[in-house]
Design a binder for this molecule. Structure first.
Ligand code: ZN
Length: 879
């Protein structure tokens, strides 16, 4: 908890530490009431720095009891050191010495889920970013890299499995009935990569032979009831290991790689060296309980954490401002992996859509920050979509500038030059620059300027000279602390399409897509030998994280929807058309007019369903209307209820007018085959289920069809689709089916944590779930305020997806959210500050809602004992 004014940390103040730690030997005595930790640290003066005399060794540490401390085996009397709630400062009289520190911690009472804590009956850790300081006093910063050993002493009956990083090197039974094991990690690492797990866990074994022929034991640990949910994660892991060898030349470096699934986890997963710890919802799956979406998410996250072994662990971050060095790069790596394993254009659509829908609002809001932030109060608040997803787009732009082979040369140089080091985004860019002899000087602005650039494009065709020009203007709206911006280097991929829908050759080589290097506020690009007036296809494949403005007519968008050769832009043309039409309906709704749908959308959808040659995955994407969030992002002022009504009207109208086509498509894809999470089958199910959602909107037969599918499905994808369709359908019959389905679902799966999360979330987002129902569910056995997955499933989904009830006129939804934030502020500050997000965007809403949200932020601000996490977000939102 904060002092009066939490301190802001600045990148410009970075300094190397006064001391290094070369070796860290930890001993844990795990007990039921408390755990005692002994840390033996080999400390060495940092001679890169000038010292007039030997400075004190100032270690980080919070929330623990110091039992004793000694230097070179001489106990220090408490009069000799100084202790605050955040630091232990020790006197030093030699350039090298051994510090031994004994602390007592209470994992059982640790609800923040940072440091060492309990999840059900096991012990586990989460140390990134600054959790290690809750385990022992330490130099808790990523540029201090030590070799670690971990000794664990515990009751073997309660904790038959005792794990830490590296290799097991000793295992003995002690006289007092306890067992002692010792793990040793041969690689130097910062303490944020430390991990410990102890519990009664089952293990599923596998192995991988590396390309140089070494055998790696793969082990997935989980509670015994989940051993049938491990296969997919292990398969994904082996695919990721192989892919990283082939695409990046990166081989795994230990003889053992372990994954542990835990039910209580603040984020998705953590890349601790040799011992990844996962939120169980991001690793466990079987067809009866996991949806296709879950299968794909597991594949991506298992790969992501594995890839960190090189991009994050072998080469790590100098300080936390460099977080995107490992996260942006690793998200880019996992996205490319997923693209190779599944459909590349569809993966690109999903990622770009996610960025535009979720990160653009962050970049335009009160917590907007650069990919490499310049300051923070609480680093946990910077595990953001900007650092992760926009960071990945920045790496992708470098990839596109230097090309595939150039990128590999750059990454090879980066890994070899910096192996074993803690470095910066600047080091990464430099390696890319030097390996390719390119100039990324202007490009670096992507790391330091926040906000989403807007690119305005206008064109001119000079028929007499067969010359076509594109004029590109960029600007970036002001963001907190950055009123004025300088131009970005934007790789802007364009194609030109003729009247028949064919790509026109743009240069002598006949290339049909060119990447324009946009570097100035305004630039004009000329294309010669253009035989007719073209229609431009802009920022193909989402070549930069920008907003593109070009005055397409609705007819031109329809044309692009069926003709653009770029898969992403073909999809985006449909999105633009639908957004334009929904926004028009929002205006009609607000003016009290009868809603009238532009028939062209019906025509466009009809030709998708009947005439198109698209594969099933693409077709599904094209049939999905832009989300309410994306429409909101495109509106100047957000009227959430009007957006909901307008979009709903479009869905219903399409459902009725294209009933026959949806039914034909549904039948053709309702093949009832045995479940397999292959890209092809996933696409077929997704197409079938989007058709089902339209059919259910059309009439009672559709509702019967959903009910039938709910009861007869042989996999959770189909069953859950049917359930959520029913849960959101209006008829009395549908309400009744939904109720029956929810009751039987709970009956059957109440002991399965992942299923209960699904059960909570489908209700939380339900059109007919009001605030009172949410409050009832909070009292249900299924809910637990100390479990982040359940908080996200119920409260998070309500606040982010249930637009109708969360945004109700009296502001009760906002007050409810603020109440929960205040409870979590004490239990789990990280969760509390994340949950706040929807009301921090109050300036974007209509005046009435904006004022109600602001009122709740002010109420939170008045609370005594605000965590740094919540304080930072609320104070920035009110500025
Ligand atoms: Zn990561």
């Amino acid at each position: 908890m904060k002092d009066a004014q939490p301190r802001t940390i600045y990148l410009k103040d970075y300094q190397e530490p006064d001391y290094w730690i070369d070796q860290t030997d930890l001993t844990f005595r795990l007990g039921e009431d408390y755990t005692d930790v002994t840390a033996v640290l080999q400390v060495r003066l940092n001679k890169n720095k000038q010292h007039e005399h030997l400075p004190n060794l100032v270690l980080d540490g919070t929330d623990m009891q110091l039992l004793s401390v000694s230097i070179d085996n001489q106990p220090l009397d408490s009069s000799l050191y100084s202790l605050t709630t955040e630091n232990l400062s020790l006197p030093v009289n030699a350039e090298q010495f051994t510090a031994t520190i004994n602390t007592r911690i209470k994992p059982q009472e640790n609800t923040s889920l940072e440091g060492l804590y309990r999840s059900n009956d096991m012990f586990c850790t989460q140390c990134e970013a600054e959790g290690f300081r809750k385990i022992t006093y330490y130099l808790d910063r990523p540029d201090v890299m030590a070799k670690f050993s971990t000794t664990i002493i515990a009751d073997p009956k309660k904790y038959p499995v005792m794990l830490s990083n590296g290799n097991l090197i000793a295992d003995e039974n002690l006289d007092d009935g306890l067992r002692k094991v010792k793990w040793e990690d041969p690689f130097k690492k910062p303490c944020y990569l430390f991990a410990l797990v102890a519990g009664d866990l089952a293990c599923v074994d596998d192995e991988f032979i590396t390309h140089s022929g070494r055998k790696v034991a793969l082990k997935l640990f989980t509670e015994a009831t989940n051993v049938d949910k491990c296969e997919h994660a292990l398969l994904s892991l082996k695919r990721a290991m192989k892919w990283d060898e082939e695409v990046y030349g990166r081989e795994y470096d230990l003889d053992i790689f372990m994954i542990v699934a835990v039910d209580h986890f603040n984020m998705g997963a953590m890349e601790n060296k040799g011992l990844n710890i996962f939120n169980s919802s991001c690793v466990l799956a079987k067809p009866e309980t996991a949806t296709d979406g879950t299968y794909q998410r597991i594949e991506a996250i298992v790969a992501h954490e594995y890839f960190h072994n090189w991009s994050g662990n072998r080469v790590t971050c100098r300080d936390w401002f460099q977080l995107s060095l490992k996260e942006g790069f690793t998200v880019f790596r996992d996205a490319e992996f997923s693209a190779d394993m599944n459909s590349r254009p569809v993966k690109r659509i999903e990622d770009a859509n996610f960025l535009r829908t979720m990160q653009f609002p962050e970049d335009a809001g009160p917590t907007s920050h650069p990919v490499r932030p310049a300051s923070y109060i609480e680093i946990s608040n910077f595990y953001t979509l900007t650092v992760y997803e926009k960071g990945a787009e920045v790496v992708r732009m470098i990839h596109n500038i230097v090309g595939k082979e150039g990128f590999r040369k750059g990454s090879d140089l980066y890994f070899s030059r910096h192996d074993g080091q803690a470095v910066t985004t600047e080091d990464f860019v430099k390696a890319m620059e030097e390996a390719n002899d390119v100039d990324l000087a202007l490009f670096r602005r992507w790391y330091t300027q926040s906000g989403t650039p807007v690119v305005h494009v206008s064109d001119n065709y000079d028929a007499a000279n067969k010359r076509y020009t594109l004029t590109v203007k960029q600007n970036c709206p002001p963001t907190p602390g950055q009123a004025e911006k300088v131009p970005f280097h934007i790789p802007f991929a364009v194609g030109l399409i003729d009247a028949l829908g064919n790509d026109m050759p743009l240069d002598e080589q006949g290339n049909t897509t060119l990447v324009l290097d946009v570097k100035e506020a305004e630039q004009t690009f000329t294309f010669n030998n253009i035989s007719e007036q073209p229609l431009p296809s802009l920022a193909r494949d989402f070549s930069a994280p920008v907003k593109v403005e070009y005055p397409y007519t609705r007819d031109q968008l329809m044309f692009l929807m069926s003709h653009d050769n770029d898969g992403f832009n073909r999809w985006d043309a449909g999105q633009k058309l639908a957004v334009d039409i929904i926004k028009e309906l929002v205006e009609q709704q607000r003016a009290g007019m009868t809603l009238a749908l532009d028939e062209r959308l019906v025509t466009a959808y009809k030709s998708l369903l009947t005439g198109s040659s698209l594969d099933k995955a693409m077709l599904t994407k094209m049939l999905a209307l832009p989300s309410e969030d994306y429409v909101a992002e495109e509106c100047d002022v957000i009227y959430p209820l009007s957006i909901h009504v307008a979009r709903d009207f479009v869905r219903r109208t399409l459902a009725v007018k294209l009933h026959k086509q949806f039914k034909t498509c549904f039948d053709a894809n309702n093949t009832q085959k045995a479940y397999q999470p292959t890209a092809e089958d996933i696409a077929e199910r997704s197409l079938k289920n989007i058709c089902l959602s339209y059919l259910t909107l059309a009439d009672e037969q559709g509702i019967e069809l959903s009910w039938q599918q709910y009861q007869q499905a042989n996999n959770m994808t189909d069953r859950f689709s049917a359930l959520s369709i029913l849960e959101n359908a209006v008829s009395v019959k549908a309400r009744d089916y939904a109720e029956q389905a929810l009751a039987s679902f709970y009956q059957q799966w109440q002991r399965d944590a992942q299923m209960i999360e699904q059960w909570l979330s489908v209700q939380a987002g339900g059109e007919y779930t009001d605030l009172e129902k949410i409050q009832q569910l909070m009292q249900h056995n299924a809910f637990d305020m100390k479990n982040p997955n359940k908080v996200r499933a119920l409260i998070g989904v309500f606040a982010n997806r249930n637009k109708v009830h969360f945004h109700r006129d009296d502001g009760a939804g906002y007050a409810f959210l603020a109440d929960q934030v205040l409870v979590l502020n004490r239990l789990n500050p990280q969760m509390a500050s994340r949950l706040l997000t929807p009301i921090t965007r109050w300036r974007r809403y209509d005046e009435m809602r904006g004022a109600l949200m602001k009122e709740q932020l002010q109420r939170i601000m008045k609370e005594k004992d605000l965590s740094k996490d919540v304080y930072e977000i609320v104070s920035k939102s009110l500025k």
